[in-house]
Ligand binder design. Structure first.
Ligand code: F6R
Length: 611
């Protein structure tokens, strides 16, 4: 899991590359490096550590090259070290390569190359690539202007796995070659320069016009042109797409961290995600979908498959679909689903949720469902991401770029989009007579999120009380239990405090043994039908000395609890979108209190493109 950047133009490449890397650090941040084309050949500067360390490498300011490639790494093969950092070069130092992805057959390729007298200096899978390119380049006797491209193509043909690759060479000081398969890569274009990146926000301040690549498309970039080739090196045409995101959307906008900014962006994210799809008294529109009543009535099951936070959004989606569409719905973790022989056929609709659209397990699960005859629908935040190229249908949350590793606005946007999707199905099927009430609930959300953010003003005081704890528990029933799961995950990932979530009714079947004097228990209660039961469960932990925080919109005796956060009243159908916000903020303030880097928690990366 890494980030790659490239530049080819008339400006000095190094500052542009470092700027791009800094914005891609969320993808990995254990080593960084750049290679540029200088008058006397290829430069290469790299080391372990964060991107800012690159700036301290002696001589980096002297690089004059206007073509360069760069990489920020999150180690998979080989520990973080200078040798394992990218770019990698072939033995003759004629080609520099950066790579994001995993080469699954690198052992086999390494053996082949070693047998052909190549030496390896790193433990990475990537180092086979420049050497393979060199191998094929030196075997090609035809010294025309496509020789490097042919060598790259032959090398790529040998690779199994996933890759986004940038290649520069001392043999051609005016071009760069890029190619991708199952790993993200976009090309930003201005009149006489091109920017390459693993994602759009990293280069959005330079251009809004992008080429989006499909698997095995090769691109030969010069300053003022981009030539596209298919797998067989036939020339193909490609149009640019203009991206509407505002460049400042990818900045911190005065917030201390991206996570805090993204939490506060939720009213806008939800407003944008609702967009023009839903309004009171008119039918819901999804231009991207063409589901008929006949098709939806034929379904015997919906699978929702995703990982982590996206899977938690799926749990809220299940609740909505089953309640208002009456279609049995199962939610699965992608990495489990793939290997458990799920029963899938053409009467199954499979929905995949992924903020990044690049999560390897989710994409693999999608391919499995497709191969078994099911229709596949991707719910993602990233236009042109890999998942959208695989799915039969794609619908987008419009949360804007999410930079912080811990997902916040993407989760609430996913929940709202799944709710709208459920209503869309229900309108087609005629299974719900309260569609208009539900629409109203959704349309009121942006305002209610603002009120919820206001109601959390003092939550940092509670964070100060509990930030040194070692275990924290989350409880809920029904829809609130899905939010308890998300609250617990958020706390773990950014504060490193161990936490668990439980269905409140399960407590006395085991977990209550863990409750002892002073332990913190956080409960969510937004469903009037379940509130009394949950209050009884909280009473049980209070009796055993627990400190309690309650997030609720119900009429409860607040005196019972140590802290209560009252959120606006709403239908439980959409309540996760409100009740999760205090939990996001609590995790944020606990992590801040502990002095941690909330945007880049240890061991985690934003986009999990390995299985
Ligand atoms: C948690 C988090 C992860 C992601 C998961 C799936 O805050 O961000 O659990 O939700 O890795 O990622 P996407 O949605 O990109 O498929």
């Amino acid at each position: 899991m890494c980030g790659i950047v490239g530049y080819i133009g008339n400006k000095k490449a190094t500052p542009i590359l470092i700027n791009g890397l800094l914005r891609l650090e969320y993808r990995g941040y254990d080593s960084a490096g750049i290679s540029t084309i200088e008058n006397d050949g290829l430069s290469i500067m790299k080391d372990k550590g964060r991107v800012k360390n690159l700036n301290e490498i002696p001589g980096i300011d002297d690089l004059e090259g206007t073509i360069g490639i760069a990489h920020t790494r999150w180690a998979t093969h080989g520990k973080p070290s200078k040798e394992n950092s990218h770019p990698h070069q072939d033995n003759s130092k004629s080609f520099s390569v950066v790579h994001n992805g995993i080469i699954e057959n690198y052992n086999e390729l390494r053996k082949f190359l070693t047998d052909n007298d190549y030496t390896f200096y790193s433990q990475t899978d990537t180092e086979v690539i420049p050497n393979l390119i060199h191998y094929y380049y030196s075997k090609d006797n035809n010294d025309d202007d496509k020789r490097i491209l042919r060598a790259v193509k032959c090398a790529v043909n040998d690779l199994k796995g996933s890759f986004a690759i940038e290649v520069i060479s001392k043999y051609d000081k005016d071009h760069m070659i890029v190619v991708r398969k199952d790993s993200p890569l976009v090309i930003g274009a201005n009149e006489d320069e091109h920017y390459i990146s693993s994602d759009i926000p990293a280069i959005l301040s330079f251009t809004r016009d992008f080429y989006l690549l499909n698997d095995y498309e090769f691109v030969v970039l010069s300053r003022d042109s981009a030539e596209f080739y298919d797998k067989e090196l036939n020339k193909i045409n490609k149009d640019k797409k203009t991206i509407e995101w505002n460049a400042s959307a990818a900045e911190k906008d005065g917030y201390e961290d991206y996570m805090l900014k993204e939490i506060h962006e939720q009213p806008t994210a939800i407003r944008e995600t609702i967009g023009s799809r839903l309004s009171e008294n008119t039918k819901i529109e999804f231009d991207e979908l063409n589901f008929t009543k006949e098709y939806l009535s034929s379904l015997n099951k919906i699978f929702i498959v995703a990982c982590g936070t996206a899977m938690h959004a799926g749990l809220a989606g299940k609740n909505a679909i089953e309640k208002i569409c009456k279609i049995p719905t199962e939610v699965d973790i992608a990495s489990e689903f793939r290997y458990r022989d799920p029963i899938i056929d053409n009467k199954t609709l499979c929905i995949f949720i992924s903020q990044s659209g690049e999560t390897a397990d989710t994409i693999a699960a999608l391919k499995l469902c497709k191969a078994n005859g099911a229709k596949t629908l991707a719910v993602t935040n990233v236009i042109g991401s890999s998942i959208t190229r695989e799915a039969d249908y794609s619908i987008y949350t419009h949360a804007g770029p999410e930079i912080a590793v811990a997902s916040t606005k993407a989760y609430t946007s996913q929940v709202v989009l799944l709710n709208i999707l459920a209503l869309y199905f229900a309108e087609i099927l005629g299974t719900c007579d309260k569609v208009n009430d539900y629409k109203k609930d959704i349309l009121e959300l942006p305002k209610k999120i603002e009120e919820t953010l206001d109601s959390c003003k003092n939550i940092n005081a509670f964070a100060k009380e509990i930030y040194q704890e070692h275990d924290i528990f989350y409880l809920g029933r029904g829809i609130d239990e899905t939010v308890a799961k998300e609250g617990s995950l958020k706390l773990k990932e950014i504060s490193y405090i161990h936490s668990e979530s439980y269905a409140a009714g399960e407590l006395k079947h085991g977990p209550i043994a863990l409750i002892e004097n002073g332990i913190t228990v956080i409960s969510i209660m937004t469903d009037s039908k379940l509130v009394e039961k949950t209050v009884s469960n909280i009473q049980e932990v209070i009796t055993r000395g627990a400190k309690t925080l309650v997030v609720t919109n119900q009429n409860v005796d607040q005196k019972m609890f140590d802290k209560t956060i009252v959120i606006p009243e709403t239908n439980p159908f959409v309540s996760p979108i409100l009740s999760v916000i205090p939990l996001q903020l609590l995790s944020y303030y606990i992590a801040k209190e502990k002095g941690l880097d909330v945007d880049k928690p240890r061991n985690l990366a934003k986009s999990v493109t390995v299985e």
